[in-house]
Design a protein around this ligand. Structure first.
Ligand SMILES: Nc1nc2c(ncn2[C@@H]2O[C@H](COP(=O)(O)OP(=O)(O)OP(=O)(O)O)[C@@H](O)[C@H]2O)c(=O)[nH]1
Length: 332
């Protein structure tokens, strides 16, 4: 994401307006020692079966998570009329798994609001660290440019998103219509049902009373049609920004944990009385003593996703630099 609170959620030039699309990827991170506290001494959650850049990854060490990125209870929806799920607690299995261990784009990332419009060139990238239910959890946030001329670059980053956020300008309802196209483009690159969808109305500070209610009602209708969860936010005042990203992080976290638990139980089915057969990274198989499994798995998780994340970042950086020249290198 470009600097400036929620720039990915706001307006650009009149004709392209708000088709800004944001594609959020996640990472779970923590120390290998931390994993040893989990039942069976297996790493808690770490995807090995997700496609390409999307795999969750475990990083060896991470900076402390700031207080406003700590999510202890399941964040509430913005409006029950358009939310993905009404419950107010983490899934039972997720809470139970988390109990075994002790253990937060731009304005959101930088806590600043930039009143000057600076177009996103190609793609912006941010990594936000959270702590969800006591577990360190990172979101990779990819803010794709809304302008038509950058569309071909943006679409390369749609694939493998866990969360898709399409944004529009609450003060310009034409931009709401454009979100359909953005969503279709993004969904085309992903498996059906694989992503959480969010529709976000920005510039809430510029609307009030009946005008705001009317705009929100239309947005909620579209959100229901898209099967997306609806949120109104203001990058300028910060209204709902933290709550929105907490919700995104919590939902993404929960899903990744559930997927991981599922993978773990299916992996256990493959364990026989004798040796464990595991797939190697080069596609071959290896036979190992069962006692070695606990030590090996964290290393597999550490090595592969981190290098993939770096490759992805490099690609964003070089694509952007080609177009802008002085683009900041994404924080890998
Ligand atoms: N009043 C108000 N202005 C906003 C808000 N969010 C963004 N803006 C302004 O709207 C303009 C466009 O914002 P951007 O965030 O750059 O728009 P964008 O859709 O991300 O544009 P691209 O980066 O080209 O995709 C800027 O001048 C912002 O300061 C908001 O919540 N309230």
């Amino acid at each position: 994401m470009t600097p400036g609170i929620l720039t990915f959620l706001t307006e650009k030039e009149a004709w392209t307006c708000f088709q800004s699309y944001c594609n959020v990827r996640y990472q779970l991170w923590g120390s290998p020692q931390g994993f040893a506290q989990f039942p069976n001494s297996l790493p808690p959650f770490g995807a090995t079966g997700l496609p390409g850049r999307m795999r969750s990854s475990v990083m060896p060490l991470g900076p402390t998570v700031s207080r406003d990125r700590v999510i202890t209870s399941f964040p509430k929806w913005y409006t029950p009329a358009a939310c993905l799920q009404l419950r107010e607690h983490f899934h039972g299995q997720v809470s139970a798994a988390c109990q075994h261990r002790n253990t937060g784009t731009v304005g959101f990332c930088k806590n600043v609001f930039d009143r000057d419009y600076k177009a996103t060139i190609g793609v912006d990238f941010e990594m936000e660290r959270f702590e969800v239910a006591g577990i360190p959890f990172s979101l990779q946030i990819w803010d794709t440019a809304g302008q038509e001329k950058f569309k071909c670059i943006a679409s390369a980053y749609y694939r493998g998103a866990q969360v898709i956020i399409t944004a529009f300008d609450l003060t310009d309802m034409q931009t709401l219509e454009h979100t359909r196209q953005w969503l279709e483009d993004a969904l085309r690159e992903n498996e059906p049902g694989a992503c959480f969808l969010f529709l976000v109305g920005t510039k809430k500070d510029l609307l009030s009373g009946a005008a705001c209610e009317q705009a929100e009602a239309e947005a909620v209708c579209l959100a229901n049609e898209m099967q997306a969860e609806y949120w109104s936010v203001s990058a300028k005042t910060g209204e709902n920004v933290k709550a929105f990203f907490s919700r995104v992080a919590a939902l993404a976290f929960e899903r990744s944990v559930l997927q991981d638990l599922e993978r773990r139980s299916s992996a256990q089915l493959q364990v026989g009385d004798g040796d464990i057969i595991r797939t190697c990274r080069d596609g071959g198989t290896s036979t190992r003593d069962p006692g070695q499994q606990e030590a090996l798995q964290p290393r597999l998780l550490l090595a592969e996703p981190v290098s993939e994340a770096s490759t992805a970042c490099m690609r964003v950086g070089s694509a952007s630099r080609d177009l802008e020249g002085d683009m900041e290198h994404p924080p890998c």
